[in-house]
Design a protein around this ligand. Structure first.
Ligand SMILES: [Fe+2]
Ligand SMILES: [Fe+2]
Length: 171
């Protein structure tokens, strides 16, 4: 059996992937109408997030661990974030990607540090998604913008992601 903290870690990642699926689904929905040039990239990222979700889902099932009680919050918040950033324009989609993925990666590094000492299976599971998230971050940074205009989006996305992580660690 896994320890309580290990379970909490995988649970929040599981919920986070659910949120990521919703963000990219909402952005994809908008992009199909307005930004056809980025549909393929969004589809690819969405595919990754679906794989990540099932990776964490499998771990939870194999370890008889319940999902997060705040699981419902993630698709709701994710979908709203995705729709709003999608409607604000192509650049803001990538600014959102950069902000989400950098927050996620920062969080993953902290988790990996802990898991390397406490659970080999959980460590491998988290490590297996890192490369994809780094790819997403790079795309976000390349295609986004440092312009001050996008700073509010960056801040809102970053802090809502941090808030959802914080809340999910408690529930
Ligand atoms: Fe992911
Ligand atoms: Fe991602």
């Amino acid at each position: 059996m896994s320890s309580k903290e290990v379970a909490r870690i995988i649970r929040v990642d599981h919920a986070g992937e659910y949120g990521a699926i919703s963000i990219y689904s909402a952005q994809l929905f908008i992009a199909k109408f307005f930004y056809r040039d980025i549909v393929n990239q969004l589809q690819e990222m969405l595919q990754h997030e679906k794989q990540h979700f099932s990776t964490f889902d499998d771990w939870l099932k194999c370890n008889n661990t319940r999902p997060c009680y705040a699981l419902w919050l993630w698709p709701l918040g994710g979908y709203i974030l995705g729709l709003v950033t999608g409607l604000l324009g192509r650049k803001s989609i990538w600014v959102c990607t950069g902000a989400v993925e950098s927050t996620v990666l920062h969080h993953l590094d902290g988790q990996l540090n802990y898991l390397s000492r406490h659970s080999k299976s959980a460590y491998q599971t988290v490590l297996s998604i890192k490369k994809d998230e780094e790819e997403h971050l790079n795309l976000g940074l390349q295609k986004g913008s440092d312009s001050i205009v996008y700073l509010p989006i960056q801040i809102i996305v970053k802090y809502s992601t941090k808030f959802a992580i914080w809340l999910s660690m408690k529930l």
